[in-house]
Write a protein that binds this ligand. Structure first.
Ligand SMILES: [Zn+2]
Ligand SMILES: [Zn+2]
Length: 323
C-alpha cells in the first residue's frame, strides 16, 4: 500500500512521510525529533521503520530536527551537495576546516559508526539534550572561537549522506524519486515526484512561481501537495517588514493563494485524486481563504470536480492518504 502522511506543513515546520512497498521516506525534518515521532505515532507510522530522510532545501522550517532524527534512527540523509553545504554552514558556524576536509572526516566517522549498535527505540530525549548544548556552544562570541571544541555531539554529524542532483531520478528502496529544481531563495531547492506501486505523488512547496519544468513534473500525478502560502492582501497589510514582504512576493519566494489558483484553473491537468494545499503562512493566510481560492479555481472546470481538496496544517498531522 502507498501512504502519504503530512505531519506538518507551514512556515514553522514541514515534514511528510511517504510509504510505498517496503520503503518509508521522511521528506524534510522541520519539527523537533520528538514532535515528529509523536506525530508519526499519532498517525500510525512507526519512526523505527523509516529508511531515509530527503531534504528539499536548507531553510530552517525544513531541517530543524534533521540531525537529531537521523542520528537517532541511524538512517541516511539525501541532499543536493549545495543544500548540504549550506546546511553545514547553518549548523556549525564555528567550523574552520574546508568543506572537502569536513566531507572526508564525515565519511570516516560514518564508516566507524556502521559497526555501532543501533538505538533501542524512537526516543529523542538524549540526543536533543546534547544538541541544545552543541548549538549553544556554537553561538560562542568570535574571540573564543579558537578555543578547543568540547561540545558533543558534533551538530553536523549524520549517520550517512547521499547526494542527488535535480533532474536525475534515483531510487530509495521501493520508491523512485524524481527531484526537480524549484525557484526559491535557497542554495539548490528541489521538489519531488515519488513513484511507488504505480502511484505518483508530487511535493512542490517553497516556490516563487511555477516555471515550465515544474508544470511538466506536476502532470499525471495522483496526489499533489502544492504550496498556497499567503493571501496577497493579508501579506501586504500584515506585520512583516517591507523587505520580508518583498522576499515572499518575489520570483524566489512563495506561491500566493491566487498564484496557486491560477495554476489549478488554467494549467493543471486534473489527474490527481488528492490536491493538498500546504505551507500556509500563519501570519498571512487563513485555511479558509486558501481553500476558497482553490475551490473556485477547480469549480470552473467540471472535469476537476472529482479532485479531493485538502488543506495541510502546521499544528497537527493530516490524516494519512492511502492508495
Ligand atoms: Zn524555504
Ligand atoms: Zn519552507
Amino acid at each position: 500500500m502507498v501512504r502519504f502522511t503530512v505531519l506538518a506543513s507551514g512556515s514553522k515546520g514541514n515534514c511528510t512521510v511517504v510509504s510505498g512497498g517496503n520503503t518509508r521516506i521522511l521528506v524534510d525534518a522541520g519539527l523537533s525529533c520528538r514532535e515528529m515521532f509523536r506525530r508519526m505515532e499519532q498517525s500510525g507510522e512507526d519512526p523505527r521503520t523509516l529508511d531515509a530522510i530527503l531534504i528539499t532545501h536548507e531553510h530552517q522550517d525544513h531541517v530543524n530536527g534533521l540531525a537529531v532524527t537521523a542520528r537517532k534512527l541511524g538512517i541516511p540523509v539525501y541532499f543536493t551537495e549545495a543544500t548540504h553545504r549550506e546546511w553545514m554552514r547553518w549548523v556549525t558556524p564555528r567550523r574552520r576546516m574546508t568543506y572537502a576536509e569536513w566531507l572526508e572526516q564525515c565519511r570516516k566517522q560514518a564508516a566507524e559508526r556502521r559497526a555501532e549498535p543501533a538505538g533501542d527505540g524512537p526516543d529523542c530525549e538524549d540526543a536533543e539534550a546534547g544538541e541544545v548544548v552543541a548549538l549553544q556552544a556554537a553561538e560562542t562570541p568570535e574571540e573564543h572561537r579558537n578555543e578547543p571544541k568540547t561540545e558533543k555531539p558534533d551538530p553536523s554529524r549524520l549517520p550517512a549522506i547521499e547526494f542527488f542532483q535535480a533532474g536525475r531520478p534515483f531510487q530509495v528502496g521501493d520508491i523512485a524519486v524524481s527531484p526537480f529544481t524549484i525557484p526559491h531563495d535557497a542554495a539548490d531547492p528541489v521538489g519531488f515526484v515519488f513513484r511507488a506501486e504505480g502511484v505518483r505523488l508530487a511535493v512542490a512547496t517553497d516556490l516563487g512561481y511555477i516555471p515550465p519544468n515544474v508544470k511538466a513534473q506536476l502532470k499525471g500525478v495522483d496526489l499533489l501537495l502544492l504550496e498556497s502560502n499567503h493571501d496577497l492582501d493579508m501579506l501586504r497589510d500584515g506585520p512583516y517588514p517591507w523587505q520580508v514582504k518583498q522576499r515572499v512576493l518575489s520570483r524566489v519566494g512563495h506561491l500566493s493563494n491566487d498564484a496557486t489558483a491560477a495554476f489549478l484553473e488554467a494549467e493543471y491537468d486534473g489527474q490527481a485524486t488528492y490536491i493538498i494545499l500546504g505551507h500556509l503562512s500563519e501570519n498571512n493566510n487563513l485555511p479558509e481563504l486558501a481553500r476558497l481560492a482553490a475551490e473556485q479555481a477547480l469549480s470552473g472546470r467540471a472535469s476537476l470536480l472529482g479532485n479531493r481538496l485538502l488543506v495541510a496544517a502546521q499544528q497537527e498531522p493530516l490524516a494519512p492518504i492511502r492508495f
